[in-house]
Design a protein around this ligand. Structure first.
Ligand code: FCB
Length: 586
């Protein structure tokens, strides 16, 4: 089985086809009794009857219905000055040099070195040696910012200060940061993008252990001390949901702790939220006055659109979904310091004696509440949510949120969806950005600026590579325009947009097979050459001009392509068809 099929667990919809099918099969088996034994009268006979008949016929998919959301017209316009245009990367996905220059092993290195796996991350894109090339790629795209993550085990090989600081690691990040500044790019640094030092996992059980709050604080403090004179934007964690549920709940990604869906994942999140808050307080108390930067967190945001916006049950179901996905972390940090009510009720119910969802003390709530200067949202796509008490059909929610009751997800048949996409469940839903920002702004009282810290679209690896990635051009036209719409029409304080990703990299368990880069990386070439795809030119033109100014050639081009980009055509065709090839004004 190719490495790519082993795990397709990336972003909010991180499910490998293979693992998903296995889990589905297992769940299907174990749930049949439950459904047949379901005696409550369905509230909506037609929906339930249809689901049930599909189940009987063996169809895993519900009949998909259109949501009532209209396609938005194109608007021209530019972002405010100072807006950051960037790309995002993560250490494990690009650095390589896994044991070079004194680096310790991470949980992803450890996972990749198990028998039967190919440790592609050992070299990855070799950014450990080619960082200057990467910075130049960013500069060629006229980026004003560059998001990357620091590898904790590169700085602290066993994760602890007691184990010693690795000077070669400090030197590496110093060189990268200096190179970025020399090229007029703002370094936007994530401290934890999933590559925990393996030693902390082995000795303490990783994030299951409350002492991780101290270890993470030591590491964050070291980062502020060493790099805070030049780094002014810090994200503590990248998408906590995406490493906690797969890693500590389902057990399908490192550290592969199985059977944790009922309790362990909630305990882990409790530790992670406290670790985030602690790092923010450390910065606030000891570094802010001198360094004047911002510390926030990056959350995975998968917009849950009510299937029928005039049905209050669907609207409530969508809100519950948001609470379990985004609100799990956003509500404590940006809301009232506590978990969302929907989670407390559905997970703990009346059980005060032995709550599965941990309980914050009043002092902890006060400590966590407001512990962020911005929020980063990784905003790729959306799901359609509807209320249903049925166990079938099995869906994303059934698999990854078993405690979320009465809520099911599907997709809208009108949403473009690429056959060429590496992620099967990746729908092109640009307005998810605006809806998510609206929801966040209305829901949470702690008002902070937004950064779209990741968005992008994948294709499967193909030979020869198709450098004319029309689908990715369409994707960025639609998504950037949506961010501009949020700023211009809704007045949202969006301060940056980061494309995932600078170049094709190691897409976690999917390896090279799933590609999201603006640059093609030739992994067969010992030099790992990076070549700009057509989308890179478009993104450069957008960034250089601050969006879509009236009269600019790429603005006109976007207008011309607008309707076509809202169909399936670009995403299903890897060839130069329909709308023609974007060559840009340069
Ligand atoms: C995000 C991850 C990032 C990458 C993209 C595709 O969830 O943060 O590392 O894998 O998905």
């Amino acid at each position: 089985m190719p490495e790519s099929r082993v795990l397709v667990f990336v972003g909010p919809l991180l499910i490998t086809a293979a693992v998903l099918q296995l889990l589905m099969a297992a769940k299907t088996h174990s749930r049949i009794g439950g459904v047949l034994g379901h005696t409550a009268l369905p509230e909506d006979i037609s929906i339930n009857a249809r689901e049930y008949s599909q189940h009987i016929q063996g169809s895993p998919k519900p009949v998909r219905q259109n949501s009532s959301y209209p396609k938005e017209p194109f608007i021209s316009g530019t972002v405010p000055s100072g807006f950051l245009w960037g790309t995002s990367t993560a250490a494990y996905q690009v650095e390589g040099g896994w044991n070079t220059g004194g680096k310790g092993e991470s949980i992803w290195d450890h996972w990749a070195h198990q028998p039967g796996r190919t440790p592609l991350g050992d070299t990855a894109c070799d950014s450990y040696h080619k960082y200057a090339t990467d910075v130049q790629l960013g500069a060629n795209l006229a980026m004003t910012a560059y998001r990357f993550s620091i590898s904790w085990p590169r700085l602290l090989p066993d994760g602890t200060l007691a184990g010693g600081v690795n000077q070669a690691g400090v030197d590496y990040y110093n060189k990268l940061i200096d190179e970025l500044i020399a090229h007029k790019m703002v370094p936007f640094v994530t401290m934890y993008h999933w590559d925990l030092p393996q030693a902390l996992q082995t000795k303490y059980g990783g994030w299951t252990n409350a002492s991780m709050v101290d270890y993470f604080n030591d590491y964050a403090t070291l980062c502020f001390q060493k790099f805070g004179d030049r780094v002014k934007r810090w994200a503590t964690f990248n998408e906590p949901w995406s490493f906690i549920v797969p890693g500590y709940g389902l057990g399908v990604s490192p550290p592969q702790m199985l059977f944790g869906m009922k309790r362990r994942q909630y305990e882990v999140a409790h530790v992670v939220i406290k670790a985030h808050a602690r790092a923010w307080h450390t910065y606030n108390d000891s570094f802010r006055a001198q360094q004047g930067g911002e510390v926030g967190i990056v959350l995975g945001a998968l917009w849950g659109q009510p299937r029928n916006t005039s049905d209050p049950r669907d609207v409530q179901a969508a809100d519950n979904f948001e609470q379990f996905f985004l609100g799990w972390f956003a509500n404590p940090i940006y809301g009232n310091g506590d978990y969302p009510d929907a989670m407390k009720q559905m997970i703990n119910g009346d059980s005060v004696a032995d709550p599965r969802l941990p309980v914050f003390t009043e002092a902890e709530k006060a400590y966590v509440r407001g512990s962020a200067d911005f929020v980063g949202l990784n905003q790729y796509s959306a799901v359609l949510i509807y209320a249903s008490d049925h166990t079938f059909p099995l869906d994303f929610i059934s698999l990854v949120m078993p405690d979320l009751k009465g809520v099911k997800d599907t997709s809208d048949p009108t949403w473009p969806h690429g056959a060429s996409s590496g992620f099967s469940a990746h729908y092109v839903v640009p307005w998810n950005i605006r809806e998510q920002l609206r929801y966040f702004s209305e829901k949470y009282s702690h008002k902070v600026p937004f950064y779209i810290t990741e968005t992008g679209i994948s294709e499967k690896e193909q030979f020869p590579p198709n450098m004319n990635d029309t689908w990715r051009q369409c994707f960025y036209m639609l998504y950037v325009d949506e961010a501009i719409r949020a700023i211009k029409l809704d007045g949202r304080d969006v301060r940056g947009f980061f494309a995932w990703t600078l170049m094709d990299n190691i897409e976690w368990g999917s390896g090279h097979s799933v590609r999201l880069g603006l640059h093609y990386t030739n992994f067969s070439d010992p030099n790992l050459t990076r070549t700009p795809k057509a989308s890179a030119k478009l993104y450069r033109d957008i960034a250089t001009s601050g969006g879509f100014p009236e009269g600019a050639p790429h603005t006109k081009h976007t207008q011309d392509w607008w309707d076509w980009c809202h169909t399936n055509a670009p995403y299903n065709n890897d060839t130069e068809i329909g709308a023609g090839h974007y060559r840009g004004p340069h």
